[in-house]
Design a protein around this ligand. Structure first.
Ligand SMILES: NC(=O)c1ccc[n+]([C@@H]2O[C@H](COP(=O)([O-])OP(=O)(O)OC[C@H]3O[C@@H](n4cnc5c(N)ncnc54)[C@H](O)[C@@H]3O)[C@@H](O)[C@H]2O)c1
Length: 262
């Protein structure tokens, strides 16, 4: 156990059935925390529940769409009903959208990316923070991206870059509002991390009929530490931001990118 203060804490994770969210769920369970994972995919939640093999009473799964306010209220209420409180909120669900120049980007794609990545994050904050404010403690970690700090890295991903810059700004503003309530709000900025989302991005970056593996190799060689991130790399940062080890840290951005944006 790395952070003993996380034992028995209640951690709510959106987009928790796969990728970075599932990696964080595994890490929190390893610290003895109680975890609620929210995901739009019931099938993925079932798979995650089986793989995580949490001790009795430590894991619940909730099917919900983070862009739907009724669903958001329900995932908060369900977590409170099961565990009585929320100590840590990993506001993480997101989709990549499409890679296309702005003049070619479908407006429906733009709207969907913003609905999940920005509206979804906003709704989560709106409905989770009152629980934390009432008890004057809590830690929120929003998932942005290195594409929420520099635009070049998300070349052609107008909707995604817009959404991730929005998360960076929302984090900084909400951290200021929440400080008076003794609630901390930070953002984590993964680089290229080994998940389904990242692999779909590599496919989008490859010209039609092109070699996706060659695209992946080129992407990997652009990372100073010479490898893609793993979900555990991001989870390690999220645990730190959730724990009392970061008790004087709020409104900050944390890259986990192998040095890519340096
Ligand atoms: N993988 C990367 O390289 C990378 C890099 C930077 C940032 N990120 C960000 O990390 C977060 C997680 O990405 P990932 O790589 O783990 O993706 P992933 O696709 O592996 O997992 C995302 C999960 O979110 C769920 N989800 C999607 N839409 C949802 C919705 N409307 N409501 C609830 N759940 C929903 C999916 O079903 C999936 O289980 C995203 O916000 C993403 O933008 C990822």
């Amino acid at each position: 156990m790395t952070y003993p203060d996380l034992e028995d804490k209640v951690v709510l994770i959106t987009g928790g059935a796969a990728g970075i969210g599932a990696g964080a769920a595994r890490a929190f369970l390893g610290e003895g925390a109680r975890v609620a994972i929210v995901d739009i995919s019931e099938e993925a939640l079932g798979k995650a529940e089986a793989e995580l093999a949490a001790p009795d009473g430590h894991l619940i799964t909730i099917v919900a769409d983070v862009s739907n306010e009724d669903d958001v209220k329900r995932y908060v209420d369900t977590t409170l009903g099961a565990f009585g409180t929320i100590d840590v909120f990993f506001n993480n669900a997101g989709i990549p959208g499409r890679v296309a120049p702005v003049v070619d980007l479908d407006t429906a794609v733009f709207d969907r990316v913003l609905a999940i990545n920005v509206r979804g994050a906003f709704l989560g904050l709106k409905h989770v923070l009152p629980v934390m404010y009432a008890k004057r403690s809590g830690s929120v970690i929003n998932t942005s991206s290195i594409a929420g700090l520099a635009s070049g890295i998300g070349l052609g991903a107008t909707a995604y870059v817009s959404s991730k810059f929005a998360i960076t700004g929302m984090t900084r503003l909400v951290a200021m509002e929440s400080a008076a309530h003794h609630v901390r709000v930070n953002s984590v900025h993964p680089g290229m991390t080994n998940t389904a989302l990242f692999h779909s991005t590599a496919v989008m970056m490859t010209d039609e009929g092109g070699d996706v593996d060659a695209t992946r190799r080129a992407m990997e060689s652009s990372i100073p530490l010479g490898r893609f991130g793993e979900t555990a790399d991001v989870a390690n940062m999220v645990l730190f931001l959730a724990s009392d080890a970061s008790s004087f840290v709020t409104g900050s951005q944390f890259r986990v990118d192998g040095g890519q944006l340096t």
